[in-house]
Write a protein that binds this ligand. Structure first.
Ligand code: F3S
Ligand code: FES
Length: 251
């Protein structure tokens, strides 16, 4: 078998005209090798149209196969490649390298335990999601046709249906960084999606769950979550709507 040795671009022949070399500084962590995290810099030749996920693939495939990160769809749908890029949460598949400068800092999202490199343990995040009952609750008979609702009723919760559960919002929230028991913006978004659905009967229970000291009242309207959302969901607004629903609910 022929083995082709891959070396960093600075040691290779001149980079082709259409390529530009960027320095990607990645926060590496492998508990089996070193108990501490370290920064490692890679020089990566990129094209104008390359996204950060393409550059990370370049590193993994041609420079260091041990670099670990999650990705699946590559097109902003699966939500698996949220990471902190130049200090801000982004999806690596939705950000162009040309918009990130010549030196790019890449870290795992904050507030969840890091397992290896850019991979975090998502379980605490999913636990909060599950806790708000993110499914339709309806005690009526199983319908033989779809449950009807008007366009206006559907519009009421349309924004929060867009969530892809990437965790960019929750892990950008300073409250969550310091209090992992806080449900976090994503769980509230997931609850909002059903609380305002005219076909659902579980709103009271969900509101009670979020009335907890670790629920909506922990939110300090920081807006980091709204800025971080790759789907453009107005998360802070959704949280305010849930707070208002709690204040004005009939007991
Ligand atoms: Fe956090 Fe978003 Fe509230 S960033 S404090 S959940 S507005
Ligand atoms: Fe699926 Fe980026 S890889 S959202």
């Amino acid at each position: 078998m022929t083995v082709i040795e891959q070396r960093p671009p600075s040691e290779q022949s001149p980079v082709a005209d259409h390529l530009r070399v960027v320095r990607i500084k990645v926060r590496r962590y492998d508990p089996e090798v070193d108990p501490d995290a370290n920064w490692q810099t890679f020089e990566v030749p990129v094209e104008k149209s390359d996204r950060l996920i393409d550059a990370l693939h370049q590193i993994k495939w041609y420079q260091d196969g041990s670099l670990s990160f999650r990705r699946s769809c590559g097109h902003g749908v699966c939500g698996s490649d949220a990471m902190r890029v130049n200090g801000v949460n982004r999806l690596a598949c939705k950000v162009l390298v040309k918009d990130l400068g010549d030196e790019i800092l890449v870290e795992p999202i904050k507030g969840l335990p890091v397992l290896k490199d850019l991979i975090v343990d998502m379980e605490p995040f999913f636990a909060a999601f599950r806790a708000v009952q993110p499914f339709l609750v309806n005690s009526g008979r199983e319908p033989t046709r779809e449950r009807l609702q008007t366009a206006e009723q559907r519009e009421r919760f349309d924004d929060t249906t867009k969530c892809i559960m990437c965790a960019a919002c929750t892990t950008s929230c300073p409250i969550f960084w310091n209090d992992e028991a806080y449900f976090g913006p994503q769980a509230i978004v997931a609850a909002h999606r059903f609380i305002f659905d005219s076909r659902d009967e579980g709103a009271d229970e969900r509101l009670e769950i979020l009335n907890d000291k670790e629920g909506v009242w922990r939110c300090r309207t920081t807006f980091n979550c709204t800025d971080a959302c790759p789907r453009g969901i107005e998360i802070t607004k959704a949280i305010q709507e849930v707070k208002r629903a709690l204040i004005f609910r009939r007991r």
